[in-house]
Ligand binder design. Structure first.
Ligand SMILES: Cc1cc2nc3c(=O)[nH]c(=O)nc-3n(C[C@H](O)[C@H](O)[C@H](O)COP(=O)(O)OP(=O)(O)OC[C@H]3O[C@@H](n4cnc5c(N)ncnc54)[C@H](O)[C@@H]3O)c2cc1C
Length: 535
């Protein structure tokens, strides 16, 4: 196993160094106890060695033991992804469904041998990147004779950088920070920063069509893919590296978002950019949520392409921007490698002001390329700290149930959509969690034709019945989003948790075509059964 994997926490999505301290957990328990008016104490963290696992159901052949093992610690670490329920089970020492073995192939040949072994034995094969999936993408299906997790951590190199075309050939197991460290020396960046950036991989991003934190323009991994190399049980799939092509349906688009059901991505060429040096930010405050959304629409339709155009509703603006709980906050940010951004931020702020927003002149912050910004940080700085400081597992097991759901909808339906989702989910939240529940919304991405709203909910957990609580709320959220015409996921992927919504939104003939494609690439159906399509 690669070094970074050895440092991972088995009960949060991050590294052991990201785990909250006992003091942090006690403090958070106090905050939650006060909020819900009932005492909670942090449960003990189980010891790795004490975790009981089912006996492995596979015998690793001699030829594969150099990179495949049924080691206890490996199986524990590879049991779950990053969803709250998975992490809660891990914290309680519950690992009922671990993989039977874990492979860390180091070469194409070792990967081929691993997949051939799984195919011959009819073992489920689970492609595995950083395990930050929040939709059950790396879990073992309940019904299978055996499962082998294929961890791509040794495919961790940037193989080539083409400075002329500005692109790099990158292996699937490269982690976000390692990639950026390599590119920094050449003055380049992928400029793709999902919030899980420190722990997730290039292969995981492509497999799930991840969304970076920039709100407009090039922000999805889809925007950067020039080609993909993938191994499926029937052989290699390598697309031609091109800046664009009109030659029929795109092979890359078939792989992007395939979530490991068609093959294992080993590398891809991704488009790069120069590192930005000019920056400008502003936080515009609105007394009215609808007017704030209207301002957002006008800014994005002005085609100024801000890097950030993140609208926080009053609940979120209070929690992460320090506002009064009645005002919405529109965070506008621009950046460029080549052009000062002063003029763009002022144009965007003028549009937002005309639409009813308020901002002091000295709260427009501009960096002219010198690295020294002028202007106050204010609410935008507070929001940035809370965004970067996402804390792995801090509230886990402390009697608070929290999750998110994200979607997208066109502007003409936005207000009605939001009202429907809040009403439908709000009723169920109160039924399940009582008056202490909270529902909030922000736009993570904004398109000229519509926003991508990201809803968060939290409230008192019924300790021991969190899974049932979550299922009731999640079902209501999925129904609300699908009924009102949205998508079941904007960037968290489908996995197993969003499959019911995905089945309701995709055209039936498309589902048949997807099944046929899986059958032709993976005739025995060993790759990630239950993800995206019903096995
Ligand atoms: C705190 C947190 C914040 C997050 N923020 C964001 C965000 O801002 N934007 C966003 O889009 N997502 C976000 N996510 C979700 C998650 O990080 C993304 O889905 C990410 O792309 C997964 O990458 P990974 O390397 O961790 O993949 P994994 O979790 O290991 O795998 C995800 C899926 O891809 C498959 N897969 C992985 N590697 C390969 C491969 N080489 N070949 C084929 N299939 C493969 C797996 O089988 C699985 O189905 C967040 C998750 C967490 C926990």
């Amino acid at each position: 196993m690669a070094k970074w994997q050895q440092q991972r926490s088995f009960w949060t999505w991050g590294y052991r160094s990201d785990e909250p301290s006992e003091a942090d957990r006690r403090n958070m328990a106090r905050v939650i106890s006060e909020r819900f008016g009932r005492a909670v104490t942090p449960p003990p963290i189980p010891k790795l060695a004490d975790i009981q696992l089912r006996t492995s159901r596979v015998e690793v052949p001699d030829g594969l033991t150099g990179w495949v093992s049924a080691d206890h610690g490996e199986r524990v670490l590879h049991t779950h992804g990053g969803h709250v329920l998975e992490l809660l089970a891990a914290l309680r020492g519950e690992f009922p469904n671990p993989p039977d073995a874990v492979a860390h192939p180091r070469t194409d040949e070792e990967l081929e041998a691993t997949l051939a072994w799984c195919d011959a034995g009819n073992y489920v094969a689970i492609p595995y990147g950083g395990a930050t999936s929040v939709v059950g993408g790396v879990g073992v299906p309940e019904e299978c004779s055996a499962a082998v997790t294929i961890d791509m951590d040794h495919f961790h190199r940037v193989l080539e950088i083409d400075d002329v075309s500005r692109a790099a050939r990158i292996q699937a197991g490269v982690l976000g920070p390692d990639l950026e460290d390599t590119l920094r020396g050449r003055g380049l960046t992928l400029r793709h920063f999902p919030q899980s950036f420190p722990w997730s991989t290039v292969g995981g991003w492509v497999a799930t069509r991840s969304g970076g934190h920039y709100a407009t323009n090039h922000t999805h991994i889809d925007d950067f893919v020039e080609n993909i190399r993938m191994l499926s049980p029937v052989g290699w799939w390598t697309s031609r590296r091109l800046p664009g092509s009109g030659a029929g349906p795109s092979p890359d688009r078939m792989v992007m978002g395939s979530e490991g059901i068609l093959g294992i991505i080993t590398e891809c060429w991704l488009r790069l950019q120069k590192r930005p040096i000019y920056r400008a930010t502003a936080g515009v405050v609105f007394d009215d949520w609808a007017r704030a959304a209207e301002a957002t629409r006008q800014v994005v339709q002005a085609k100024l392409w801000p890097a950030n155009l993140r609208l926080l509703d009053p609940v979120e603006a209070a929690a992460s921007g320090g506002l009064n709980g009645e005002q919405a906050l529109l965070i506008i940010g621009f950046e460029s490698a080549d052009i000062p951004q002063d003029v763009f931020i002022r144009e965007a702020v003028a549009i937002a002001r005309d639409a009813g927003g308020e901002i002091d002149e000295d709260a427009i912050r501009v960096d002219d390329g010198s690295g020294k910004a002028t202007g106050r940080e204010g609410a935008v700085g507070a929001w940035r700290q809370s965004f970067i400081g996402v804390n792995a597992g801090l509230t886990n097991g402390l009697g608070l149930l929290a999750d998110t759901f994200e979607t997208a909808i066109t502007w003409d339906r936005w207000l009605e959509f939001d009202a429907h989702v809040r009403e439908r989910v709000g009723v169920v939240l109160e039924e399940v969690m009582g008056k202490g529940a909270r529902l909030s919304c922000r736009f993570t991405h904004v398109y000229p034709d519509g926003p991508a709203p990201y809803y968060s909910f939290n409230g008192p957990a019924a300790i021991g019945s969190e899974a049932e609580q979550w299922q009731t709320i999640k079902a209501a959220a999925t129904d609300a989003v699908i009924e009102a015409g949205g998508t079941v996921t904007h960037h968290h992927a489908v996995g197993r948790m969003h499959r019911s919504g995905y089945e309701r939104q995709r055209p039936a003939p498309f589902a048949e075509a997807l099944r046929a494609m899986k059958k032709s690439l993976d005739p025995n159906g060993i790759l990630n059964p239950g993800v995206l399509i019903d096995p």
